[in-house]
Every structure is written in C-alpha cells, then in structure tokens.
Design a protein around this ligand. Structure first.
Ligand code: PHE
Length: 450
C-alpha cells in the first residue's frame, strides 16, 4: 500500500494480497450468501459465476491497466489517459463515479463491519453457548435495537480503517494480510466441514448448485451482476487506485485470474458453510442482511471449542472487512491528496470521520426508530445506498470502463500495457469490446422494458 501518491507495492505478492484483501470481504461472506438465499439459490449462483469470469474479470484487467497507465487517483488517471489518447475529458466521469461510489459504499460497509466486531466480542464472551434459533435471532435483534452500541462498533471499525490508511500500510498491513487471508480461508474450510458433518449439507448443495431458472427474474440477474462487481471491488476506483501503485513487471492478466479465483472460492465456501445450518434449523432463506448473524452463532454455540473458533472466525472476518474498507477509503484520499497536496494523514482522518458521520444514518436505519421508517420504494437508507451503488453505479461504471478501453484507448496502448500472449489478449479484447458492454446494457434494457 502506498503512503504517498507515487508509492509502489513492495512486491508482486504484496500487490496480490492487497487486491485479494480488497476483493475478499463482507461481500463474500455476508452479502453473497444472503443474496443467493433471496435469489433462489442455484440459478443465481450460476449467473453470478458467469458474470465474474466473463464480465468481472475482463473489467478487473481493464481497471488495473488504466490505474497503472495513469499512475494517479482514479479521477486523475482517467483524465490523463483520455488526454493522452486525445479523447473527450468527460471520460474522467468514470473516475468521479468511482470516488463518489466508494464513499457511499464505505458509509454502510463500515456499519456491517461494526456488527462483525460486536459478534467477535460476543463469541469471545460466550454469548453463543448453546444458543438456538430464537436466541440467535434475539441476539441480532438486540444489537440492532441498541442503536448506540451499533454506532459505537461502527466508530471502532472506521477508526481502525482510518488508522491504517493514514499510516500508509507498507510493512504492517502487507505482512499481516499475507498471514491472515490464508488463515480465513483455512477457517472457512473448517466451518464447511463442520457444517457438512453436523447440518444439512445435502440440502445446501442442491440449493446452491441445482439451478431452478423459474426463480430467476431480471432483477435477480441485475443483482448478480452488481454483486460480481461488488465482490471483485470493481467500478469504485479501488482497483484502479491499487493499479496505480503497480510496477511494470507485474503481469496483470495472471494477477486478475488469481484475484478472481480467490474471491469466488471464498464466496462459495461461505455459502457451503452457512446454508447447511440454514436448512438444518429451518431458518428463513430470504431474510436478507441478517442471514450470517442469525445462522453462524448456532453452529459456534454447539461445536466443541466453539467460543474459540467463533472468535477467530469473526475476528478474521473483521480483518477481511478492514482490508476491503481501506481500499474503499483509498480512492477519495488519493484524489484529495493529489488535488490539495496536503498531508495524507490529515486527509484520511477527515474523510474517514465524514464517512462515519454519513454512515450513522445507515446504522440507525437498521434499528427501531424514526430513521428506520424512512423508506423509498421499500428500501431503508442502507438499502438505498446498496441498491444505488450495487445495481446502478457499479454496472454502469463497469460498462463505460469496458467501452473506454475497448473502443477509445488505442489497441496498441492496451497491448503494450498488458503484455499478454496474443491469444489471451484477443479473448480479453473481444470480451471488453463486445461482451461486457452488450451484456450489461441488455440486463438494464430488459429491466426497463420487460
Ligand atoms: N469487494 C469487497 C467485498 O467483497 C467490497 C468492495 C467493493 C471493496 C468495492 C472495494 C470496492 O467485501
């Protein structure tokens, strides 16, 4: 991670870990399972996987190369590249949309991050011991009903994020992430095995992998598209900013394949850990954002050593969420640093506090008070922010990014940036020129007209 605008990753491995850290987060473990639950399972998962590899990965490659070519914040890089290619300066809007979008996402992501810290403490203090379905529901309900507590944990989460971004993360974070991300992976596998043995693994497998296309609506397809972008950290400036810290010798195509596979692996494992419990206890599949908070405590409460495993699991989830949150704070910080020339530390602290304050409304919207009664089209404040970014800004941002690299940046510039084998380049180029824009546009058009 960079501590100044022209900083670079210390190695290719450090970059991969930071990018995987950005990609793997609450999106995989909190969001993907509940969206799959609401979206009817197998068909959603299949469409999601298709989007990750046919649309998400090509856009991931595009964003990393734009970042490395521009060497600036997303706004600065887009402006610089558009100028170098003699194209309209309006293309910098892609950068703006990313910087604004990352601000919005972080203002609710940090709320959920706060919930995970609270659950880590609950696990450690034995609150899950022998908890049943009703108890787990009540525990989650009491966190939401206790607004000050939720805001307190939200503040703690933002505090950690600010601290890391302000320091610049070289040594500490790079090193920590290389140990902690693999640890999360191993713990997830342990959980999957536990769920497989003790809960209803068969039901989970058939729910997640037997597609029932009658359950698929255009809205769920859009949700899956947005989720594939969210999970890969696309279209919010994060990946472009990380690309700017990338040295020339890193192979972007290969790195993108590693990032996308790790990210998808974690999401699928999370599903395999959670759904057996959902089925075994007859929990509500479509309950939404509370899903992991209402399911996992039951497993931790019953397994031997559950207090330790539960504390470790939520602890690692906090780490995964923090490494994503720093990549959400980075775009606005790098832009303001570039624009004002002021001290990075000050900017990170101020932006972090502003985002925390804006986030308070998202936290309150989950409690039981007048803020939670404010709704537009059935969505509360947190839901609106999620919908606006996940279902609108990210797919559209991704579509324009693909159009830009596919049609407006010269082929030669891209070939030079990617230095891929000829055949891989051709596949990628075809995907960004045709498949990504057409598929994304088609999803939107079907929603509007069908
Ligand atoms: N990819 C992160 C996750 O899955 C969230 C994120 C989205 C981070 C966009 C940065 C940019 O949790």
């Amino acid at each position: 991670m960079a501590s100044s605008s022209n900083a670079q990753w210390s190695s290719r491995w450090a970059f991969i870990m930071a990018a995987v850290g950005s990609a793997v987060g609450l999106g995989n473990i909190w969001k993907f399972p509940y969206e799959a639950g609401q979206g009817g399972g197998g068909a959603f998962v299949l469409v999601y996987l298709l989007f990750v590899f046919a649309i998400g990965m090509p856009v991931l490659i595009a964003e990393l190369s734009l970042g490395r070519r521009g060497q600036l914040s997303p706004i600065g890089s887009m402006r610089k590249i558009a100028e170098a290619e003699r194209k309209n300066s309006m293309w910098q809007l892609i950068g703006w949309s990313g910087v604004i979008g990352s601000f919005i996402v972080l203002s609710f992501y940090s709320v959920i991050g706060g919930w995970t810290i609270s659950y880590m403490v609950d696990a450690a203090t034995g609150a899950f011991t022998n908890i049943d379905k009703e108890g787990a529901g009540a525990l989650f309900g009491s966190l939401l009903a206790n607004e000050w507590l939720a805001i307190f944990w939200h503040a703690v989460f933002m505090g950690i994020t600010i601290f890391i971004v302000a320091r610049g993360v070289e040594g500490g974070l790079e090193k920590a992430v290389t140990v902690l991300m693999p640890a999360l992976f191993v713990l997830l596998i342990v959980l999957v095995i536990y769920s497989a043995i003790t809960a209803d693994f068969g039901a989970a497998l058939s729910f997640l992998f037997t597609p029932d296309f009658s359950k698929l609506t255009f809205d769920t397809v859009l949700q899956a598209l947005g989720q594939s972008f969210f999970s890969l950290s696309l279209a919010l400036g994060s990946i472009m900013t990380y690309g700017a810290y990338l040295t020339r010798d890193v192979n972007i195509g290969k790195s993108a394949a590693i990032i996308a596979s790790a990210d998808t692996g974690v999401a699928v494992l999370a599903g395999l850990a959670i759904f057996p419990i959902v089925f075994a206890y007859g929990l509500d599949l479509g309950q939404g954002p509370g899903l992991i908070f209402a399911t996992l405590p039951i497993a931790f409460g019953q397994m031997p050593g559950g207090a330790i495993v539960g504390t470790l699991f939520f602890g690692l989830l906090v780490v995964a969420a923090v490494t994503s949150a720093i990549s959400l704070l980075e775009p606005s910080v790098s832009y303001l640093e570039e624009k004002t020339g002021k001290d990075r530390r000050k900017i990170a602290i101020i932006m972090g506090i502003v985002i925390f304050i804006v986030g308070i409304a998202s936290s309150l919207s989950q409690g039981d008070n007048w803020v939670s009664t404010l709704k537009i089209g059935g969505y509360d404040i947190l839901g609106i922010k999620d919908f606006l970014t996940n279902n609108i800004m990210m797919p559209i941002g991704g579509m324009f990014t693909a159009l830009f690299v596919g049609w407006f940046v010269s082929r030669k510039s891209m070939m030079d940036e990617l230095a891929m084998e000829d055949s891989s380049f051709r596949v990628w180029y075809f995907l960004v020129r045709f498949v990504c824009p057409v598929a994304i546009a088609a999803v939107f058009i079907s929603i509007m007209f069908l």
